[in-house]
Design a protein around this ligand. Sequence first.
Ligand code: ADP
Length: 396
Amino acid sequence: PARDPQHMIDDMRAVNFDLSCTLEENRRLGEERQYLAAIVASSSDALIARTNDGLVSSWNRAAEKMYGYTADEVMGKPVANLAPSTKMGDADGIARRLERGESVSQYETTRRRRDGSEFHVSISAFPVRDSSGKLVGTSAIVRDITERRLAEEKLRTMQSELVHLSRWNTMGMMATALSHELNQPLSAMVNYINAARRTLSRAVDPAMARTIAYLDSAVEEAKLASGIIRSLRDFIDKREAGRRPEEINNVVEEAVSLSLLGVSGSRLRTQMNLAPGLPLVTIDKVQIQQVLLNLIRNAIEALHGNPAGCLKIATGINEAGDVTVRVSDNGPGLSPEIAARLFQPFTTTKDKGMGVGLTISQSIIEAHGGHIRVEPVAPSGTSFHFNLPAAEAASE
Ligand code: ADP
């Protein structure tokens, strides 16, 4: 049947409308695809797709950089080649979980670069299905966590070094205290024995001769004891060997990250104010870090449970050209009794405190040619600061 022209025009408009809709849809899909491709290309994580047969089907630029293989070299090759031989088991485990349709979230393991070296990764992987729901392969996001792992390892080593050093320093302190305390009674003993010997030598009884010999032996033993204490002290004093020129800001930054390790999740605010261009200081880094650790831990403990708590750490230089470090908190401050004995051993207000932290800190700073002092902060809080001679000045 003949159609009236108006109908025909309407039909054509409808077709035209459909066509432009499809074109519009295609353009949108094309744009979306380009957008997704740009995300894949610019991602700093490796994005790797794999077919059901375990062959690489997509390999982005980050994967090239991370593993050292170009896309051409790995596309169509087994994904299993990327795991070191020692980690084949866990690569299989991941593959089996994906085949069962499960996802894997942030699984930490190691992978192998083209040059054979291994690196630490965190892998998240998930199954990919087509529109009918059939499993067509898997996709994985691989993040290189080598730097994080190395940093963690370094912090762990530092921590154990510091624990070792703190025992060592406590021993040194005890040796110094003991030698001071014991030397006096020991010399008094020697004097008394010598006096007894002189008195006895005037008597004529033959038994006295034997007694005198015993007293001589006692004097020898007492002298031996003094000698042992003296050599222990010399040994402890001979520990300047580990000093090197260091940048104080690096030393401070490391100590801060170490002290904040266990404090994560708390609301503690930290302000760092590190002066640029400071001269180097010739220090035993581990010892100075122990001082910092002690000051920062004390500050953190003083701020415990304080919602407005703020820890401030600043470096700078004073008029004498010495490098300065300041650790301040807005905690409760020091009571006058504690302030008066602060640097003496066994001064503590803590249940589990030894009260030797500040004593050791003071001996370390003074052994480096500096001073450590404390000031109250208004309206409340405590500020510890110490100075260290600049490296050139120290060597002059
Ligand atoms: P410990 O921490 O084992 O008690 P320290 O010698 O490091 O030993 O500190 C001695 C005492 O000084 C602490 O118990 C505490 O009372 C006081 N103190 C140190 N630093 C601070 C601070 N920032 N705020 C308040 N009190 C402090």
